[in-house]
Write a protein of this length. Structure first.
Length: 281
């Protein structure tokens, strides 16, 4: 089993995780996924978690490990998040690792989450947006459409020559709808980022691409999230007719779906205690 040596992200600042004159080794990211899957499976068998909660919790972990951010290991729910860290695991590597395993406990659960994991998620909120907007309804997602995450738009030479940037990489592309979703965290209000975002929005307009930009306030509660999602559905109606709206309304009015949605929020927003379906503290 491969291990990695734990080091401080800043060589000039000692890590509190590594005692002086000590070397600490940890499992590889893929082994961490499988180890967590085993723990979650035991909790499901013991009746401490539902299978749905276990799938969502493991999906959340995989999105972080395949992303470019990391939670505070001491306070993962309320501590600071570090952004812009190197990607520790890719979806391709995780898929290959799980494909090579035998019949270990937790393996089926780990394989079950693979379709919901994507590379290069830049923040916990971005990791939440993917499952919430595009994940399957049985896990509490709206399953709006097929999507790709964090992939550059495919542009021809004429299109590249007409915009400010040589490449544009949306958080999410809505396949078949000429639309993208961008999550704007707090950093987007700092420094030169508002101007950069404005230039990118102008590029989307030049390309004829509809941009949906959401701040935390737009998706912080189930009600605000559903209002924001309805904006996307309105554009989908222009392509698909009324069936997109009918399906959205059907989910909105389905108590069983709303309960599954509350579980999804509780897993990805663990600090929001008191939600029906919340996980135990």
């Amino acid at each position: 089993m491969p291990y990695l040596q734990l080091c401080s992200a800043d060589p000039n600042v000692p890590s509190p995780l590594v005692p002086n004159e000590t070397r600490v080794f940890v499992q590889s990211a893929a082994n961490i996924v499988l180890g967590m899957a085993k723990q979650l499976r035991r909790k499901v068998i013991a009746g401490k978690l539902s299978h749905r909660q276990a799938v969502l919790m493991l999906t959340k972990l995989c999105l972080e490990l395949c992303g470019t951010y990391t939670h505070d290991p001491f306070e993962p729910h309320t501590g600071a998040v570090m952004y812009g860290v190197p990607q520790r695991l890719t979806c391709k590597e995780l898929n290959a690792f799980l494909s090579e395993r035998g019949s270990e406990q937790g393996l089926s659960l780990a394989r079950e989450v693979l379709p919901y994991v994507y590379d290069l998620s830049g923040s916990p909120q971005e990791s939440f947006m993917g499952p919430a907007l595009f994940g399957p309804s049985y896990l509490g997602g709206l399953e709006l459409c097929e999507f790709v995450a964090n992939k550059p738009l495919e542009l021809n030479a004429r299109e590249r020559a007409s915009i400010n940037y040589r490449t544009i990489t949306p958080d999410f592309q809505l396949l078949g709808y000429r639309s993208v979703v961008e999550y704007l965290g707090e950093i987007h209000s700092e420094g030169d980022n508002p101007r950069i975002d404005h230039r990118r929005s102008l590029d989307y307009q030049t390309l004829g691409v509809r941009e949906f930009s959401f701040w935390y306030e737009d998706v912080s509660t189930i009600n605000s999230f559903m209002i924001s999602a309805a904006r996307i559905v309105s554009v989908m109606e222009q392509f698909d007719g009324p069936k997109a709206r009918r399906r959205f309304c059907r989910l909105t009015n389905d108590p069983a779906f709303r309960e599954r949605q509350r579980v999804l929020f509780a897993v990805f927003r663990p600090w929001l205690r008191g939600l029906p379906g919340s996980l135990p503290a």
